[in-house]
Design a protein around this ligand. Structure first.
Ligand SMILES: *Cc1c(COP(=O)(O)O)cnc(C)c1O
Ligand code: SF4
Length: 336
């Protein structure tokens, strides 16, 4: 498995965020100890159910000690339920492997091309639809990113380039600079969108060097964060959002609807309110992609619609996320 790409070649100490990334908790027993739940160790699946635990310490610090149902803990802790084989839950739930154009480029939707810029993330989310994705082969940044960029530059229908992954912000800013160099001279691309969970789980990533790069791009900039519960948003996340906005980015958030984590109206309304206070608008609320090992997180569509109906009654329209599902082969996310 590829962990970190574009290793920093600077002399001296690693940037702080790199050190935080490296110091992430990877041992489930240690995580349980940190949150005062060592007694749950007997319930851990062998081999992390085939998808390693990984969570930055700053995110662990936002979990409530002693609460086995903590909504942040549940997103990252391997569970025995992941081993249950459920019909309809597969390895490539969203048909990404069929949509690959060049290595690392997904061009499924008109005008937007998504670049798989990195193979890893700062956090491993148990519900992730990419937990089985063969990153080692389909990684734009590893070796073939120039071919991927050529592919984007050659297609004048592409208005927006989306950096995704994995998480593109685990790449060094140097690597991001190289990746986006070609976009400076590709007139049909007017917008860069970054999908990242780092501003939430590792906010120190949004450092001066990164902000200077972002602010200097001759493109419209959108950063789509990924937070699922208001407890994820502390002052450090607020500071990262402020810096992103100063660098000229429009901030949006996408969430995944997760049983036991955020499938209640108070959590979702609280999330929207907190996000707005940080200058972030809710964008999508995704119904879970039906990926093997994540069935225990699924919320029925009827319940999902009911929750969004409650939000619509309680919140201004701009704080109600769009409830969507990704359906393989469709030309956009499908509204529910
Ligand atoms: C989700 C997604 C997009 C972006 O879709 P929007 O509705 O514009 O947010 C683009 N490309 C791919 C492959 C996607 O999965
Ligand atoms: S791609 Fe997003 S949801 Fe999946 S593990 Fe990485 S950060 Fe989590």
């Amino acid at each position: 498995m590829i962990t970190v790409i574009g290793q920093s070649t600077q002399l001296g100490a690693l940037p702080d965020w790199r050190q935080s990334l490296r110091d992430a908790v990877t041992d489930p027993r240690e995580l349980l100890e940190l949150v005062g739940l060592s007694r749950l160790a007997a319930r851990l699946p062998a081999d992390d159910a085939g998808f390693a635990l990984k969570v930055p310490r700053g995110f662990v610090a936002r979990m409530h000690r002693g609460d086995p149902a903590d909504p942040l803990l549940l997103q990252v802790l391997p569970q025995l339920a992941e081993l249950d084989e459920m019909p309809g839950f597969s390895d490539d739930a969203v048909g990404d492997l069929d949509a690959l154009q060049a290595r690392g480029v997904l061009h499924k939707y008109e005008g937007r091309a998504l670049l798989i810029a990195a193979g890893s993330c700062a956090v491993n989310c148990r519900y992730c639809f990419r937990r089985h994705f063969p990153y080692a082969e389909e990684l734009a940044a590893a070796s073939a990113w120039r071919a991927a960029m050529d592919c984007l530059a050659a297609d004048s229908s592409i208005r927006e380039v989306i950096l995704s992954g994995g998480d593109p912000l685990v790449l060094s800013t140097q690597k991001l600079t190289e990746l986006t160099q070609a976009l400076r001279t590709t007139p049909h691309v007017i917008r860069l969108r970054i999908h990242s969970r780092l501003p939430v789980v590792l906010p120190e990533r949004i450092d001066d060097v990164f902000c200077a790069w972002l602010a200097g791009l001759p493109l419209q900039r959108v950063v789509v964060l990924h937070a699922n519960h208001p407890n994820e948003l502390d002052a450090s996340v607020g500071a990262a959002c402020a810096r992103l906005r100063e660098a000229g980015a429009t901030l949006l958030n996408q969430s995944v609807l997760l049983r036991g984590v955020n499938d209640d109206a108070d959590a979702l309304a609280g999330l929207s309110e907190h996000l707005f206070a940080l200058g972030v608008l809710p964008y999508y609320l995704h119904q879970l992609d039906r990926v093997r090992g994540a069935a225990h997180f699924e919320v029925p569509d009827a319940r999902a619609r009911e929750l969004v109906g409650t939000l619509r009654a309680r919140l201004p329209g701009y704080l109600v996320p769009r409830l969507v599902r990704e359906v393989p082969g469709e030309n956009a996310k499908r509204p529910l």
